[in-house]
Design a protein around this ligand. Structure first.
Ligand code: NAP
Length: 285
């Protein structure tokens, strides 16, 4: 299959490109230098030129606090950009798989969110991604929306690298939030799953996350223990950090659709930490 990837130079996009190639697809990479998704003309002419059968849409404005500070930009890239990409896909008869987020929910549910729960975002990033979902679903293209959470991987700056960096700097203790829960998701695992999902014919929303739910505090503790750092952790609450954007307390997503399709779920973050630590050390050389 000819598969285009937007955001191909991003943290997830880089792994999606590799997973597609490994599965034998012809992958066509696109990032901001190829076309800006906020321009329909540029998006359409790029898609017409390369004429893929399917597109995996990873491009987005992903800095949650920057979205809060620049709501117009967040809507332009995340919502209008997704509309442009999905509509241009429809025009050339390509399907779209659009990556979305746990932040479409408010986090007040006591259980993990299912694909059938109503979206209820509490920050600009979440609103812009919920709008993106509606636009992709309403575009007329064949679509899948894949919601995921707490991404980390070898290619982008992320929580695992940030914790290792602080520990390596010799800092005595670290304040880490312990009142937000979610499933850290390794981008290589997610990329393989997205590639598997390409073959499924139907439209709809799927949740695809790592297999273990924890707090950021628990995640940091596992990272430090695996890397054998003695850095002390101090649990803090979300309000203590005083970040510009609100965060959902419960980000756990039930991977119900994946299960009902008979597809394997992704494993725990614990299985990936040795590799992440090696990748971090490589980056330091
Ligand atoms: N990171 C997470 O924890 C997380 C959690 C849940 C869901 N997601 C979703 O997963 C997807 C991938 O996230 P990620 O963390 O891999 O993101 P990322 O590393 O920030 O990559 C996003 C990519 O999109 C590109 N991009 C941004 N604006 C663009 C534009 N106007 N036109 C063309 N390309 C543009 C960026 O290019 P520049 O670098 O030039 O801006 C970047 O290469 C996103 O849809 C995100 O919302 C992420």
């Amino acid at each position: 299959m000819r598969v285009a990837v937007t955001g191909a130079a991003g943290m997830l996009g880089t792994d999606v490109v590799q997973a597609l190639a490994a599965a034998g697809h012809l992958c066509i990479k696109a990032d901001r230098d190829d076309f800006d998704i906020t321009s329909y003309k540029a998006t359409e002419s790029w898609l017409q030129k390369y004429n893929p059968d399917a597109l995996i849409h990873c491009a987005a404005m992903t800095d949650v606090d920057a979205c809060e500070a620049q709501p117009e930009q967040a809507y332009l890239i995340n919502a209008v950009g997704s509309w442009n990409v999905a509509t241009a896909c429809r025009e050339i008869g390509a399907s779209i798989m659009s990556v979305s987020t746990d932040y479409v929910f408010d986090g007040t549910k006591s259980e993990p969110y299912t694909e059938y729960d109503r979206v209820s975002p509490i920050n600009v990033y979440g609103f812009s991604k919920a709008a993106a979902e509606a636009m992709v679903a309403g575009s007329g293209a064949k679509y899948k929306i894949v919601r995921t959470s707490w991404l980390y991987g070898y290619n982008g700056w992320n929580f695992v690298y940030a914790i290792l960096d602080k520990a390596k700097s010799g800092i005595g203790y670290l304040n880490v939030v312990d009142d937000q829960r979610g499933a850290p998701t390794f981008t290589q695992d997610l990329a393989v799953k997205l590639t598997e999902l390409l073959a499924l014919p139907h439209n709809g929303i799927l949740h695809v996350t790592g297999g273990e739910v924890c707090s950021w505090y628990d995640f940091a503790r596992a990272i430090l223990a695996t890397a054998e750092y003695n850095t002390k952790l101090r649990p803090v609450s979300t309000v203590d950090l005083n970040r510009p954007a609100r965060r959902p307390a419960n980000s756990a997503l039930n991977n119900l659709a994946l299960e009902s399709l008979g597809l394997n779920k992704i494993g725990s973050f614990r299985d990936t930490l040795d590799g992440m630590i090696r990748a971090y050390e490589e980056k330091q050389r």
